[in-house]
Design a protein around this ligand. Structure first.
Ligand SMILES: [Zn+2]
Length: 226
C-alpha cells in the first residue's frame, strides 16, 4: 500500500514539474515573439514615376524601400505578419488617373483599410527634406483623428531617441493619405536627405538596421501600452 502511495506521489510530482516547464516555455515563447498575431502593413513611400525627394542620383523612393524591407524582416522575426504596399520600384497609379499621385495614395489607403485580414497598424516610411541643411534626425508624424496614432508615434520616437542621435519630437500631420486611413498608424520620416551627414547614414545598411530595430522596439512598446 505504501509503495502504491509513493508511486502516486511521484507521478503527481512529475506532472507538476512538466506543467511548470511547459508554462515557462510558453512565457519565454511570448518574450521571444512579442508581435505574434499582429498584422502590420509597411508602406514604402513613393516609387515608380514618383521618386520623392532627390539629391543628385539619390532617390528617396529607393531608401524608403530598403528601410521597409529591413523593417519587414525585423518585425517578422518578432512574430508579426507583415505586408508591404510595394516591394519593388513601382507606384499604384493607374493609366486612367487624372491625378497620378492622388491615385497612388488612394490605392495605398484601400490596401491598408480594406485588406481581407484585420490590420493592426501601418507604418509609412519616408525620408525628409528641408531647405536649411542644418536640420537632421528621425521623427514620427501622426494624424490626430485616431487616439492610437499618438501613442504609436511617441513609442517609436522614444526608441529613435534611445538608439540614434535625433532630438526631434513627434508632430501632427494633415497629409491626404494619413487623414483617410482608419487603421492606426504613423508617418515615419527617417532622416533628412538635405543634411550631409544624414544623407550618408540613410544609405548605410547598419544605420538602416538601427532605424528598423528602433521602429520594431517602438511597435512592441505600443502594443504593451494599449
Ligand atoms: Zn516622402
Amino acid at each position: 500500500m505504501l509503495k502504491i502511495k509513493f508511486k502516486f506521489f511521484l507521478i503527481v510530482i512529475l506532472i507538476l514539474i512538466i506543467l511548470i516547464i511547459d508554462k515557462s516555455a510558453a512565457i519565454s515563447h511570448i518574450d521571444e515573439f512579442p508581435l505574434l498575431g499582429k498584422v502590420i502593413f509597411v508602406d514604402a513611400g513613393h516609387g515608380g514615376r514618383d521618386p520623392g525627394v532627390v539629391y543628385g542620383n539619390i532617390y528617396e523612393k529607393d531608401i524608403n524601400l530598403e528601410i521597409a524591407k529591413v523593417l519587414e524582416e525585423k518585425l517578422s522575426l518578432k512574430g508579426a505578419t507583415v505586408f508591404l504596399t510595394r516591394d519593388s520600384d513601382i507606384d499604384h497609379s493607374s493609366v486612367y488617373d487624372a491625378h497620378k499621385k492622388r491615385g497612388d495614395l488612394y490605392r495605398r489607403i484601400k490596401m491598408i483599410d480594406e485588406n481581407y485580414l484585420k490590420i493592426d497598424i501601418y507604418l509609412s516610411i519616408h525620408v525628409n527634406w528641408y531647405k536649411n541643411s542644418y536640420y537632421k534626425g528621425a521623427e514620427v508624424l501622426y494624424y490626430e483623428g485616431n487616439k492610437f496614432n499618438e501613442i504609436l508615434a511617441s513609442s517609436i520616437q522614444e526608441k529613435f531617441k534611445k538608439n540614434t542621435s535625433t532630438n526631434r519630437e513627434i508632430t501632427t500631420t494633415n497629409l491626404y493619405m494619413y487623414k483617410y486611413i482608419n487603421t492606426p498608424g504613423v508617418l515615419i520620416e527617417c532622416g533628412f536627405l538635405s543634411n550631409y551627414q544624414e544623407r550618408k547614414l540613410l544609405q548605410d545598411k547598419d544605420y538602416q538596421a538601427t532605424l528598423a530595430i528602433s521602429i520594431t522596439e517602438g511597435v512592441i512598446e505600443y502594443f504593451n501600452n494599449i
